[in-house]
Write a protein that binds this ligand. Sequence first.
Ligand code: PBG
Ligand code: ZN
Length: 331
Amino acid sequence: MDRQLDISSVLQGGYATPLTRELQAERHLTKSMLMYPIFITDEPDAETVIQSLPGQKRWGINKLKGFLEPLVKKGLRSVILFGVPLLAKKDYCGTLADDPEGPVIQAIKLIRKEFPDLVVACDVCLCEYTDHGHCGLLNEDGTIFMAPSVKRIAEVALNYAKAGAHMVAPSDMMDGRIKAIKEALIAHGYGNRVNLMAYSAKFATSLYGPFREAAGSAPSFGNRKCYQLPPNARGLAKRALLRDANEGADILMVKPGLPYLDIISEARTICPNHPLAVYQVSGEYAMIVAGANAGVYDLKTMAFESMECFLRAGCTLVLTYFTPDFLDWLS
Ligand code: PBG
Ligand code: ZN
C-alpha cells in the first residue's frame, strides 16, 4: 500500500471547482480597477492606427466622444491622457504640454463635460513636447537641469488640474517632483480635489518602444537611464516608492508590470497604506498580442492571467491597453 500522505499535504481538495479556485484570490479584477491609456493628437479629426500597438489609435479631439461613449456605457471608470503633438512645433521646455489649445487641455474639458462620471487622469511629462524628446529640461551638455525641470513639471500638473483633471500622474522621474506638484496643488486650492499618482518605480526598459512610436516621444539623443531606474535595482525602487509616499503621492505605481512583479510585491509590503498601480506598458501588451497571434496561447486567457498576477502581487489599479477588451470580458 502507498505510504499515507500527511493530512497537511493534501491540497487538491481545496481547489477542485471553479468557485473554490476563485476563492484562493485575495482580490478580484473589477472594471473599476482598469485605467485606459489614450493618445490624443492635435489633428482634430484623426483616428490613426498605431502600427506598433495593435488595436490602439491616436484620436483627434473631434473623435473622442464617439470613441469613449460605448466604453463608458460598458463600465469604463477612468482614462489616462497622453498628448501627441504632430502639427505644432516642439521647443526646449515643452510649451505644448499645457497649451490651452493643445490636445490634452482640450480633451480634459471635453471629457469632463461629456462624461461627468469618468475619472480623468493626465500623464505629466515633457518628452512628448520637447524638441529633444527628454522628460525634463536639459543643461548644455545634455544632462538634466533639475530645478527648472521640476518647476516646469509642477506647472504642467497644476494646469491640468486647473483644466479639470481629477488626477495628475508624473512619469518624468525627476527627483522631488512629487513634493513640488503636491505643494502647487495645495497652494492653488486643489489639495482636496486632485489625486497625485506617482510613477514611482519606473524602470528604464526596452518595453516602452511601441509607446514612443505612438507618442513620438523617443529621445533625439542618448537614453533615459539617468532618470528612469536600472532594471536590476530593487533597493533604488524601494527608496523611490518610500520617497514618493513621503512627498505626498496618493497612489504609487510600478512600471512595467509582468517582469517587475517582485517590485510590486515589495511595494505592497513597504507602502501598505496606498493604492498601488501597475502600468502594463506598450511592449508588454504588444508581446502578449504577438504571442497569441503566433499561437503560443489564447489571448483572453493570457490577458486574464496577467491581471491575476498583478492582483496577486498586490496591485489595486491596472493601467492597460486591454481595458476595452476587459470591459467586454467582464460583462
Ligand atoms: C512618458 C511615458 C512613457 C510611458 C508612459 N509615460 C514613455 C517613456 O518613459 O519613455 C510608457 C508607457 C508605455 O510604454 O505604454 N515619460
Ligand atoms: Zn517622459
